[in-house]
Design a protein around this ligand. Sequence first.
Ligand code: ATP
Ligand code: MG
Length: 344
Amino acid sequence: MTEGVQTPSAFTPRVFSGIQPSGNLHLGNYLGALKRFADSQNSGVQSIYCMVDMHAITVWQDPADLRQATRELAAGFIASGVDPDKSILFNQSQVSAHAELAWIFNCVARMGWMKRMTQWKDKAGKNQENASLGLFAYPALMAADILTYHATHVPVGEDQKQHLELTRDIAIKFNNDFGVDFFPITEPVIEGTATRVMSLRDGSKKMSKSDPSDASRINLTDDADTIAKKIRKAKTDPEALPSEAKGLEERPEARNLVNIYAALNDQSVAEVLADVGGRQFSEFKPMLADLAVAKLSPISGKMARLMNDPGEIDRILAHGAGRAREIAAPILEKTYEIVGMVRG
Ligand code: ATP
Ligand code: MG
């Protein structure tokens, strides 16, 4: 978490976070994001959660797949325990303030800032010339997603830390450039034992929706047999599990499986290792598979039931978008005024 800058007390605490409907919602999204959203829902702070469809199209999405993935993601939120009556749930493209504020932030953010973003470098790869302009500008849209609600806290996985620092830089530069104290300096909230769930095939890469290997991740829609098989085949080392966390430091794959176990079971890593230290993976993997199936199968079952009524999902998203617009519109309007745009 970034230190040194306080969230101005003038801003009412408000939570915002988003997930891309880019298909293959996985265990990393659940432990790094969805489960934490559900767990914090009764804190009394207004929470806004967004299916960021405009981020998804920064890489090619088949239109029918995008529609399906957006509804499935909404079902994933609800099935994970996010209650659309308590939190605002909607898809980004229904609230035009995101795109409008993103344009203003495109004019605040500097090329040099964007070029340093590791997500841009990872996703554009060797062929940057052929990547979309949207993929490059992604973090400015993300800053707009957050700041159009004056959100003060953003719960995310570790991979989004750099984008949140850029969001703070954009807010600071905007406030300085125009001599205002208008946008809050957002706090990233990156907490828990599974803020970076790694690929099951490669302990140096994070689990991702966009990884071409399905065996690299556990999808929230996987059935019990598939989950057990993927965990059985997960890459590990030949050593037994240590009894203390220090023993995992140089063992990324082992650490990943222990972190997953701890997060799924609401335990600390020390508690898990006190139990399973000394055991071989041949024993631990079936324990992890049983736990994962016990925790995930009610979610996949509920997602499937919700997906039987896409009309109801669309109504929930439209209702959430209406509530989101009411918060975003006056903030956007004030931004235009600060920037000097004539408004009728
Ligand atoms: P894509 O590959 O399309 O970028 P993704 O798996 O990275 O998909 P996002 O929609 O970009 O998913 O991220 C949604 C949320 O899930 C963010 O808060 C992000 O930090 C979190 N997240 C993504 N991957 C992981 C992971 N492996 N471990 C923990 N949290 C994760
Ligand atoms: Mg991502």
